[in-house]
Design a protein around this ligand. Sequence first.
Ligand code: FES
Length: 104
Amino acid sequence: MTLIQITDRDGTRHDLDAPDGESLMAALRDAGLSVEGICGGNMACGTCHIHVLNATPGQLPPVSADEAALLADLPDVVPHSRLACQIPVGPVLAGLSILVAPDD
Ligand code: FES
């Protein structure tokens, strides 16, 4: 389990003990934090859009071309936007802080 700080769409902060080996999308979805993950992690829906608030260099996997293409089509994209389905949970994420992107 890895502890990650989440700010939900209401601005409420949560400490999430996320299961290692799952995607961050699945951890957020299963915790009821307003992330739907409709496409199941296949980079087709954008419902797992998050804003990363404090990642350190190398903490997250690089953004693939497919992820960048989908992010480019989403509203409310910021320079640190990611798809949570593309981020595996593991000890390297300890202390990460994210914001669930608005649902437009
Ligand atoms: Fe659909 Fe991430 S779950 S793009």
